[in-house]
Design a protein around this ligand. Structure first.
Ligand SMILES: *Cc1c(COP(=O)(O)O)cnc(C)c1O
Length: 429
């Protein structure tokens, strides 16, 4: 094939997926095998030395899983990528090579509830810390960075709350501080936003959501831009110094832009074992082929539903950056020009009680703790995903008592609206 740069719609189908070398199979086969036979002793030694890329054991690499990682890497415009067992695993895997006891990250207050809990509580068991800051206050972000900071973390489109991070501004702060910016791009997907173009070093995904798109499997992915100089500051010894757990290899010196990716496989997956399985990768590969088509429809429907809700007097507010009334509307053109995603929140008159009634009255919507499904989903964050947070933390995350979060599916917009209409009538009766 020529080296013409292919478009998104082509890459989402073809990237990482040549016809199978052994059989000619057109689809990526599910390589349901734990181990792979070495050609001879020398081949085995070369693979273990990272002198040759190949397959050893599926905790580290598997052809089906690698095809998915390569596809997501192409869609994000990165140098390399690694898949793992869930979005939360991707976050730990992204931070693991950068962190040590006593080190910290600076993260946005506007995060997925589970991420907030991971950073707030689980980190402490590793001796890591997280400072949460309002990422619209750039001076506060800068002030939170200290000598022990090893990364800056945010979401492109934050969930819930209809918030879009000014990635260019945060990217500048990270660059000036000599720190990697890690962006969770789950809600936006690479179709709507490419964080690497806005200064991200690493992009993490919960592939569980829109990338799979049908609510079948959990998965995660880390894509590395390949542009960060891991050796410059001496702050990232796992990548710059001899690695004792890998016979003294200096990953950055030896592997350049692929240093982070190889480290994530050779150390991260090998020792942490947060591996994606080939069957799971298959479902996500199937889903990702239609990502652009689905995202267009998610956005189109979300705009229609949000506008309808905004005009309804049973609703207090709608926080969707796709609406002109949103304080973040200006950032759509800059950060996610194809639309603000399919996810938003709205506040219902009558607070907590009416939200719970609404949730119980919907028929087309499914009441689940998930998002990014082809189906429309609804949840009351305060009583579920954000339940563990304090009132203050909930408000900061955009998940107050009167707030309902919807993940607008790709059904007919009229049917989605009709369901909300009948459920609101029951809830506010
Ligand atoms: C779901 C989600 C996660 C966690 O992903 P899992 O696959 O559930 O572990 C992280 N970030 C965001 C934005 C999410 O929506």
């Amino acid at each position: 094939m020529s080296d013409r740069k292919q478009g998104f719609d082509t890459l989402q189908i073809h990237a990482g997926a040549n016809p199978d070398a052994a059989t000619g199979a057109r689809q990526v086969p599910i390589y349901q095998s734990t181990a792979f036979v070495f050609k001879d002793a020398d081949h085995a030694a070369r693979l273990f030395n990272l002198q040759e890329v190949g397959f050893i054991y599926s905790r580290l690499t598997n052809p089906t899983v690698m095809a998915l990682a390569e596809r997501i890497t192409h869609l994000e415009g990165g140098a390399g990528g690694v898949c793992c067992s869930s979005g939360h695993a991707a976050q730990i895997m992204a931070l693991y090579p950068l962190m040590m006891p006593g080190r910290n990250i600076v993260a946005s207050t506007r995060l997925y509830g589970g991420t907030y809990a991971q950073f707030q509580h689980v980190f402490k068991r590793f001796g890591w810390e997280c400072t949460f800051v309002d990422f619209d206050d750039l001076d506060a972000v800068k002030a939170a960075i200290n000598d022990d900071t090893r990364a800056i973390f945010c979401e492109s489109i934050a969930n819930p709350g209809g918030y879009i991070t000014d990635l260019d501004a945060i990217g500048d702060v990270a660059r000036e501080a000599g720190l990697p910016l890690i962006v969770d791009n789950t809600s936006a997907t690479p179709y709507l936003c490419n964080p690497i173009k806005h200064g991200a070093t690493l992009v993490v995904h919960s592939t569980t959501k829109y990338l799979t798109g049908n609510g079948t499997v959990t998965g995660g992915c880390i894509v590395d831009s390949g542009t960060f100089d891991w050796s410059a500051s001496g702050k990232f010894p796992s990548l710059s110094d001899p690695e004792p757990a890998y016979h003294g290899l200096k990953f950055h010196e030896a592997l350049g832009p692929m240093a982070f990716t190889f480290h994530s496989i050779a150390i991260g997956l090998r020792d942490l074992g947060m591996t994606m399985n080939p069957q799971g990768a298959h479902y996500t590969l199937m889903g990702i082929e239609t990502l652009s088509l689905r995202m267009q429809k998610h956005v189109e429907n979300a705009v229609k539903v949000a506008k309808w809700l905004e005009a309804d007097d049973r609703i207090e507010t709608v926080t969707y950056a796709g609406l002109e009334s949103s304080p973040y509307h200006d950032r759509v053109a800059k950060i996610c020009p194809r639309g603000a995603g399919g996810l938003f929140t709205f506040a219902v008159k009558g607070g907590y009680e009416n939200c719970v009634k609404l949730i119980d009255a919907v028929e087309l919507f499914s009441h689940v703790a998930n998002l990014g499904d082809a189906r429309s989903l609804i949840i009351h964050s305060a009583s579920t995903t954000h339940r563990q947070l304090t009132d203050e933390q909930r408000a900061a995350a955009g998940a107050g008592d009167n707030v309902v979060r919807v993940s607008i599916g790709i059904e007919d917009a009229d049917d989605i609206i009709a369901d909300l209409d009948q459920a609101l009538t029951k809830a506010l009766a």
